[in-house]
Structures are given as structure tokens and as C-alpha cells.
Design a protein around this ligand. Structure first.
Ligand SMILES: Cc1cc2nc3c(=O)[nH]c(=O)nc-3n(C[C@H](O)[C@H](O)[C@H](O)COP(=O)(O)O)c2cc1C
Length: 936
């Protein structure tokens, strides 16, 4: 076989909002550094660019969307794969690896990739490397990074490539002096600076001498430095045989294996050791022997657990969580579901060791672990949530652009301040991704933002959202390029789009909450005059929104680009770039202005990814700031990245304010910032009752300046909608007779005309399942606290419309279970709900107020309390009247608590065991009688 094709593997991704695609691209890039070549395709290209039947080695990266559904781009592939007529050996020639992306806040965690995985195996395909389920709730990188790190050896083996086959592919290592040293693969074992020392090699040999029986019975004592710090830990060995579940990984090792050439090792300034390994930790474990406990309870520590595989090449993985079973598994194996906390499995016959901490008396322990296979040592950190919040309180805000305000190293750790846990640690940081863009300004002429906010001159729906932004005064010299004539995000297709983009004309904006309520809730009605946007109650749609004008201005100023912000630029691929298949991101125009792209194309709010932090290191002068950025993007700094970036949602501007000596070229940001995503909202209107209208409800999000966030901000879309509709907002009017000065003003023709000049770009979304049954006699139980009530308002209005059309129509019972903080402040749609109840459209309205003090002691505070309180009737509705349940709102807490409340009802009313009750709930889900539309 020609060398080139032997090194090549098929890399397929299925992505809804771009994360799986980005990870697949990262895998493709890293593959090159490992002497391999990925033929990368979207799953939508099935039978065009690839035929799964003909493939022998595939790496999949697949996300889940909707309520456990495949991404749109994977639908066709899935349809073909699940064909019942395919024989059991259809894919017996195929070996594959699966990285699933999901979010554990959703009930069906990673269910798309898990279903793919299951089906591939049913058709005879086999893993060459265990699946990883990356959790967006924790940070995808927590699993995706170590999963990728472990991939290469297995992939090489699968492709039949031995190291000598890699002749000619140069690998790169950075020494502690930051020199670039290129070397041939056969040199790798001799590398002293940074990768593998003699001691490591010896250690590898000595560890390899352990045989299976030793692994099972011998003892390990805690490395001395951990003992001193008050830790004790146990190394656990398991032999799992469950093939249906897979690994969730956490913190990764600083791997010394010769193959991990995508990682560069940085030696701490204070440490004269040049190896990345932290040898003393390794030695101490080896010296003291291995203390394995053959037990099945792996649940004593979630963080800091580690997996080793002696037989395969999937070492260095940390187990963080158990595998969520699929719906089918839950039904077929309710026991397994109920015992999920002890189910961690990998591949048949594999042997793994897990390291967990038994006691944790200090806040940020530094745990070192030996990799049995590769003799790498690992440094990982763990902190309790109390520690995290304590640290948060100590965070110091940085003054914008003021270098002198970097706090001293003795301060509590935060975004800009290193923690002592990492101070003496050798860091393993991601390889610097090659630059690939070049930006030039083509003229001194400014680009035009001609229209005032809510301009009425939008005849062309392809015009950009900046139409609705602050006016940028145009001077006489403005002429050449008109930003307004550019299509939305360069005309690139929007994710989840089921219709063209249409401009919704704002016709009403109502404040649904009292002025003193903690959150402000707005209800906006859009008039849809264009064709092409069709929806039904329960559907959601997306709003294309811009970044806040002031934040964009501040960012451009911080980049020292405010003077050039409105000049036309020309973007091209950097000549000679090392990035393979480099191209301008499809959502960024080749020619526009920086203000335009930072306003409408790039997400400037998402916490910067590690690859961006790594790139920023290159543009940072101050050594301590450089080091801190290195820490935050390093493997060893994983916990701190999560704590100080992800959990606090700091933006790129926060980072630049916190690290004032960092002055990146604008191309770095264009290369790394993700695409600005349209924001989804549920419709609360019924097209039957109000044709050509689209109503939706949202809380205006206030995000305070704290915890590393250097400025106050509002939610990108909710803040924008609040701002552009401010002067047209009418206060909530419960009786319908409350018309105050504002309403009067809005009823003034000229004002309402201006209101309707505000146009909002929207499009219908795909994967819509959250629909009422056609048969309106089927009873419904609707659970929607807060703005989660929106789709149910649509449901009820629709039923009203149907009843008005046909008064003889028999409507089934409908229960609405609603909750809010205060009866008088945020009881959304109160008067309308009461009217619908009076009209018999709504049978029961169960309400709970979580913060009202003057309630009887047993008054329900949350929606789940009301479910439990009415358990008997609810079970009767479900079991005897065939009712359907719909839940809408917060996925993190509410949806899970509501599910549990239904389980509790079955346990209490029917005397079922918890497991049987859970199975019943699962069955309801499978039969689409329990549907969720939840968000995080
Ligand atoms: C509307 C929506 C629905 C989702 N539904 C699920 C789900 O049912 N199960 C799950 O595990 N993750 C779910 N997720 C989380 C995504 O799978 C996760 O964020 C993933 O990283 C997205 O990758 P992508 O950008 O490649 O689509 C959902 C995310 C969104 C935005």
C-alpha cells in the first residue's frame, strides 16, 4: 500500500452548532503532527465523499441536539445506518473510534453518538479505541483532550503503522529555552529536554515488570508529597466487561510518551528540571510499590480518578462521571440504570486502574499518578466547590489596560493570578496552531453604517443586522463599501435553519414583570410579512443578533484598532501557512470592516478556548502574564481553566483587560473566535389565533462585573432586544384596562410606526418535536416555570383557536403547572391564564411561588412540589387517561427535579420500587408521552 494512503484515515463529524466540527478539525490538524492524515468529511456527505461499507478505519465526532436527536447533518447517515434490512455483518470490516459530544443537563446525554455506537456494533463494527463522551456542562475539553491524546497510538496500530514508518515526518519539541528542536522519530527516546528522560525509560521498564497478579494484589502507598499534604488515596483496579458504555475522561496527564508530540513541554522558570515528567512523583510511587484494591466501588471520588489500560493504548484517562445509559438500555436494564454511579466500563477484557482520592483536606491537591503503560506521570488538581466559591470571592478585578494592577503572586488565585498549585509545575500546553490569515486595509475610506437603529429601509433580507445597531455617523469621505449590503455572516448557512431568514417587524413589546421584580421579562410580538416562515405551537425559532456596539468598540480599542475599525479590509489566506487546507472562515467576509465582523460574525462573549489562550501567549510581553496564560491553557491548569474561564463566562475582552501586555494581531482573533450563534426562543403564539404573528418571551439577562468579568454586560440577544425596544415597552397590564402614559404614547401613530420599523432577523428551526397531539381530546400535563411557560401559552391559544373554529370540539383535560418567585411580581400571563381557565380551555392551573414569604407552610414552592401534591390525580391522568407530559425550562435543575417528582408519584401512589417507577417514566419518554424542551 502506498505510504500516503496507509497513513490516512477517515474522520467524520456530525455537528449542529459547530463544536463537533471544530474538534474534528483539531483532530485532523493534530493527525498531521503525528504523521497521519485525516480525510475529513461531514456526515452529510455520506455516499458522496465516503461509503461506510467500504471503510475500514473511521474516527467519528458526533454531537446530540434537540431532545436526544442527531444533528441535522447526521440525519441522512443515521437513517441509512439504522435500516433494518442491513445484515449483522454489514460493517464487520470496520474498526472505529467514537467521540460523542453532549450535555449532561439533558436527559438523553450523548444519545445520538451512543445510538450510533450501538448500531455500528450491531452491524459488526468494532472499536479500535474506546468511545469518549464529552460533556459540554463540564467543558468538552475535559474529555475531548485526553481522548485525542490517547487516540494516536491506537490509530497507528489500527493502520498498521510502526514508528519506523513515520520516517520523514518531523516532530517538534520546545525545550525549556523555548528553542524549536526538530528531530527524526528514531531520536525520540533520546530526547532529554522536555519529552522523555532516561529515568522515565528505566521507570517504564520497571513498571512493565508488574504482572497481572501483582496488579491485583500488591499494595501501593501514597506518594510521600501527598502524604505530607494530608492525602491518602487508593489505586483501584477493575475488570469491566460492559461493552455498551464507555469512558468519561477528566484531567489529563502530562504525558511523556514519545508519541505525544503535539504537546509542547514548558519547564517552569523556577525549576531546573527539564523533563515534563515530575519524576519524583513517579519514583515515589514505584519505590513504595503498588497497592491495588480489587473492589467494585468506584464511586468514592469523581474528580481525580484515573484510568489506565495495560493492554491497549488508551492510558492516561481520568474517569469523571458514569456513563448515562440510553433510553433503550434503561428499559432493558433498569437495574443498571439505577446503579449508574458504579457503572464505568470500557472494552471487553480490558484492565484498567483508577486512582481516586479518599480524603481531601486541602483545597487544591496536586496529585501525581503513574501511567502503567507509558510510565508517564500526571499532575492533576482537584478542588471542592466550597474552595471554588471561596476563591471566587477573593478575585480581584483588573483595571482596564493598567499593567500595574496585576496583583502580586501572593494573592488568592483568580483569572490573572497563578495558584500555588501550578507554581512549581512543568506545564504541558497545546501546540501553537499555525497562523493562516492575513488582513490588509484596502483604503482609508470608512465603510458605511448608514441606517439608524430599527431602520425601515430594509427591503433586502440579506442585509446585515448592523442595520439595527447604533448609528455610526458617516462623514463626507464615506463612500466605497457599504456594510449594509453584505449578507448575514457572509451568507453562510445558519445551523438548525429550516427556513430562510425573514425580517420580523416589531409590533408590540410588553413588560410582563413588575418593576421591582429581580428579572425583567419581555414579551415581543413580531409581524411576519414575508413568506417562508411557518411554525406551529411548541416550535422554536432563532434570532440573528449582533454583539453590543459598545463592547465591540471597547474590544477594537483594546486591540488598538479603533481608528481602523471602519476601514475596508481584505482578508486572505496567509501565504506559506502551515495549516492544511487553510481557508477564510465561511461566516467571515473576505472584504468588510472590522466593526462589521466583530459586531455580526464573531462571538466575542464565549470564554476563549485553550487554543486561543495558547495563541495569546505568543503576543504577551510580560513574563508573569505569559506564564499565567500558559497555566490556563495547560493540561495541569484544566481545573483552573474551568473555574476561572468557563464557570465565570469571561470574554476575550476580559482576558485582554486582565493581561494588559497581551497585544495579539487581529488575525489571531478572527482565526480563533467562534461564529456568533443565533439565539433560539420558543414561540408563545398560535398561528391559528394570530396568523402572521410570532410572539416570544424572555428574561433580560444582567451579568454583573465580578469573578474575572471586568465589565457589566447583558445577555447578547436579550440585551439587544431590550435596548432596541426600550422606548416602546408597555408595562404589564393584568386587567387589560391599565393604560398608562407609556401605552398612550405608543398608541400614538407616529410612535407605533417607529416601533414597526424595528426589524428582527429570524428563521425557523429544524428538529421540532415539541408538538401537541393532533387529537385535542388527549389530556395534557404542562410543566413550565418562568419563561418555560411560553410554548404552553401557544398550546392553549391554539386550543382556543380550534374551539372557536369548531365549538363542538371535545377538548381533553389540560393542567398547567407554573411557578415563579412572587405572585405579584413575575406571574407571567396571569390574567390570560385565568381567562383561559374560566373559558374551560385550561382545566387546572397549579401555581407555586418560591420566594413569597406570606404563604402557608405547606404551600408548594416549586413546580415539582405541585406535582407531588397532586400525585394521585396525575398518575390517574397518565395511566388511565393516556395523558401526555410536556416540560419546558431550565435543564440544570428543574427538568431533573420534575422527572424525579413524577417518579416519586408512581412510587407513592402505586407502591412501585424506584427502579420500576423510573422505567415507567422512561417508557413514557420512548413513546413520546413525556417530552422536554429544556435549555442550559
Ligand atoms: C438545542 C440543543 C439541544 C441539545 N440536546 C442535547 C441532548 O438531548 N443531549 C445531549 O447530550 N446534549 C444536547 N445538547 C448539547 C450539545 O450536544 C453539545 O452542546 C455539543 O457540544 C454541541 O455540539 P455541536 O456544536 O457540534 O452540535 C443540546 C444542545 C442544544 C443547543
Amino acid at each position: 500500500m502506498p505510504e500516503e494512503s496507509r497513513n490516512c484515515f477517515l474522520l467524520l463529524y456530525g455537528s449542529q452548532t459547530g463544536q463537533a466540527k471544530a474538534i474534528a478539525e483539531e483532530i485532523a490538524e493534530k493527525a498531521e503532527q503525528h504523521g497521519l492524515r485525516a480525510d475529513i468529511h461531514c456526515l452529510s456527505q455520506t455516499e458522496r465523499k465516503f461509503y461506510i461499507k467500504r471503510e475500514s478505519c473511521i474516527v467519528f465526532v458526533v454531537s446530540t441536539t434537540g431532545d436526544g436527536d442527531p444533528p441535522d447533518t447526521a440525519q441522512k447517515f443515521w437513517k441509512r445506518l439504522k435500516k433494518k434490512t442491513l445484515p449483522a455483518d454489514y460493517l464487520s470490516h470496520l474498526h472505529y473510534a467514537m467521540l460523542g459530544l453532549g450535555d449532561s443537563n439533558y436527559t438523553n446525554f450523548c444519545s445520538c453518538s451512543k445510538n450510533f455506537d450501538k448500531r455500528l456494533q450491531e452491524l459488526g463494527a468494532k472499536w479500535f479505541y474506546p468511545a469518549g463522551w464529552a460533556d459540554d456542562a463540564m467543558g468538552l475539553e475535559q474529555v475531548a483532550e485526553p481522548w485525542m491524546d490517547g487516540l494516536w497510538d491506537s490509530l497507528r496500530k489500527q493502520l498498521g503503522i510502526v514508528p519506523s514508518d513515520l520516517n520523514g515526518s518531523l516532530l517538534e519539541v520546545i525545550t525549556n529555552e523555548d528553542e524549536v528542536h526538530s528531530y527524526e522519530p528514531e531520536e525520540r527516546n533520546n530526547i532529554q529536554n522536555g519529552v522523555l528522560s532516561d529515568a522515565d525509560i528505566n521507570l517504564k521498564d520497571s513498571i512493565r515488570k508488574c504482572n497481572d497478579s501483582q496488579l491485583d494484589k500488591s499494595a501501593v502507598s501514597v506518594p510521600s508529597h501527598l502524604k505530607e499534604n494530608g492525602y491518602s488515596k487508593t489505586l483501584l483496579v477493575h475488570n469491566w466487561h460492559n461493552k455498551d458504555s464507555a469512558i468519561n475522561y477528566d484531567t489529563i496527564s502530562s504525558d511523556n510518551s514519545v508519541d505525544e508530540t503535539d504537546e509542547k513541554c514548558i519547564t517552569d522558570n523556577k525549576n531546573t528540571e527539564t523533563s515534563c515528567s515530575g519524576e519524583s512523583d513517579v519514583d515515589s510511587v514505584v519505590e513504595q510499590g503498588l497497592n491495588y484494591q480489587n473492589q467494585s466501588n468506584s464511586g468514592n471520588s469523581k474528580t481525580g480518578q484515573m484510568i489506565f489500560d495495560r493492554d491497549k493504548d488508551i492510558s492516561k484517562k481520568v474517569v469523571t462521571d458514569i456513563c448515562e445509559p440510553t433510553i433503550d438500555e434503561c428499559i432493558s436494564e433498569p437495574d443498571m440504570y439505577s446503579k449508574k454511579s458504579s457503572v464505568i466500563s470500557v472494552d471487553q477484557g480490558d484492565l484498567y486502574a483508577i486512582l481516586g482520592t479518599d480524603s481531601c483536606s486541602q483545597s487544591v491537591p496536586n496529585i501525581s499518578i503513574v501511567d502503567i503503560t507509558n510510565s508517564a506521570s500526571v499532575a492533576s488538581t482537584a478542588s471542592t466547590s466550597d474552595d471554588i466559591s471561596a476563591k471566587m470571592e477573593h478575585m480581584t478585578l483588573m483595571d482596564k489596560g493598567d499593567n500595574s494592577n496585576i496583583p502580586s503572586l501572593s494573592s488568592a488565585p483568580c483569572l490573572g493570578i497563578p495558584s500555588s498549585a501550578l507554581a512549581n509545575t512543568n506545564l504541558t500546553i497545546p501546540a501553537l496552531s499555525p497562523k493562516f490569515l492575513k488582513l490588509e486595509y484596502t483604503s482609508e475610506t470608512e465603510m458605511l453604517f448608514v441606517s439608524p437603529p430599527g431602520s425601515c429601509c430594509l427591503s433586502d433580507k440579506l442585509r446585515v443586522v448592523t442595520d439595527l445597531l447604533e448609528v455610526v455617523q458617516h462623514s463626507s469621505k464615506c463612500s466605497s463599501v457599504r456594510v449594509l449590503e453584505l449578507p448575514f455572516q457572509n451568507g453562510s448557512n445558519f445551523p438548525s435553519a429550516a427556513s430562510a431568514v425573514v425580517m420580523g417587524m416589531v409590533s408590540k413589546v410588553k413588560v410582563l414583570t413588575a418593576e421591582t421584580a429581580v428579572k425583567k421579562t419581555l414579551c415581543v410580538t413580531l409581524k411576519l410579512q414575508e413568506e417562508g416562515f411557518v411554525y406551529q405551537p411548541g416550535d422554536s425559532f432563532s434570532i440573528i443578533c449582533p454583539n453590543p456596539a459598545q463592547e465591540v468598540q471597547d474590544l477594537l480599542k483594546r486591540l488598538k484598532l479603533d481608528e481602523k475599525a471602519d476601514m475596508p479590509y481584505k482578508l486572505s489566506v496567509l501565504p506559506g501557512t502551515k495549516k492544511k487546507n487553510a481557508s477564510i472562515p465561511s461566516h467571515v467576509p473576505e472584504s468588510a470592516s472590522l466593526r462589521h465582523i466583530f459586531t455580526t460574525c464573531l462571538d466575542i462573549r464565549e470564554p476563549p478556548k485553550k487554543a486561543l489562550l495558547r495563541a495569546l501567549v505568543e503576543s504577551t510581553e510580560d513574563e508573569s502574564q505569559k506564564r499565567r496564560l500558559q497555566e490556563l491553557c495547560s493540561k495541569q491548569g484544566n481545573e483552573e481553566y474551568t473555574q476561572f474561564l468557563r464557570q465565570t463566562s469571561v470574554s476575550i475582552l476580559d482576558i485582554l483587560y486582565t493581561f494588559p501586555s497581551c497585544n495579539p494581531p487581529v488575525e489571531t482573533l478572527i482565526e480563533h473566535l467562534p461564529r456568533l450563534s443565533p439565539r433560539p426562543y420558543s414561540a408563545s403564539s398560535s398561528p391559528l389565533l394570530t396568523p402572521k404573528e410570532l410572539e416570544f418571551v424572555f428574561n433580560v439577562m444582567d451579568i454583573p462585573q465580578s469573578n474575572g468579568r471586568t465589565y457589566f454586560r447583558k445577555g447578547v440577544c436579550t440585551g439587544w432586544l431590550d435596548q432596541i425596544t426600550k422606548q416602546f415597552q408597555t408595562p404589564s397590564s393584568r386587567s387589560g384596562s391599565e393604560v398608562d402614559a407609556v401605552v398612550a404614547r405608543i398608541q400614538d401613530n407616529s410612535v407605533s410606526h417607529k416601533c414597526s420599523q424595528i426589524r428582527i432577523p429570524v428563521y425557523a428551526r429544524t428538529t421540532q418535536h415539541f408538538h401537541m397531539p393532533e387529537d385535542l381530546s388527549i389530556p395534557l400535563i404542562l410543566v413550565g416555570p418562568g419563561t418555560g411557560v411560553a410554548p404552553f401559552v401557544g398550546f392553549l391559544r391554539h386550543r382556543l383557536g380550534r374551539k372557536q373554529q369548531d365549538p363542538s370540539l371535545k377538548l381533553g383535560e389540560v393542567w398547567l403547572i407554573f411557578g415563579c418567585r412572587h405572585k405579584e411580581l413575575d406571574f407571567l400571563y396571569r390574567s390570560e391564564m385565568e381567562e383561559l381557565k374560566a373559558d374551560g380551555i385550561l382545566t387546572k392551573l397549579l401555581i407555586s411561588f418560591s420566594r413569597d414569604e406570606d404563604q402557608p407552610i405547606n404551600f408548594p414552592r416549586y413546580v415539582q412540589d405541585n406535582i407531588r401534591l397532586h400525585g394521585e390525580e396525575i398518575v390517574e391522568l397518565l395511566d388511565e387517561k393516556n395523558a401526555q407530559v410536556y416540560v419546558c425550562g431550565d435543564a440544570r435543575n428543574m427538568a431533573k427535579d420534575v422527572n424525579q417528582a413524577f417518579v416519586d408519584c408512581y412510587v407513592k401512589v402505586q407502591g412501585l420500587s424506584e427502579d420500576t417507577a423510573k422505567t415507567k417514566l422512561m417508557q413514557l419518554r420512548v413513546h413520546h408521552r413525556y417530552s422536554e424542551d429544556v435549555w442550559t
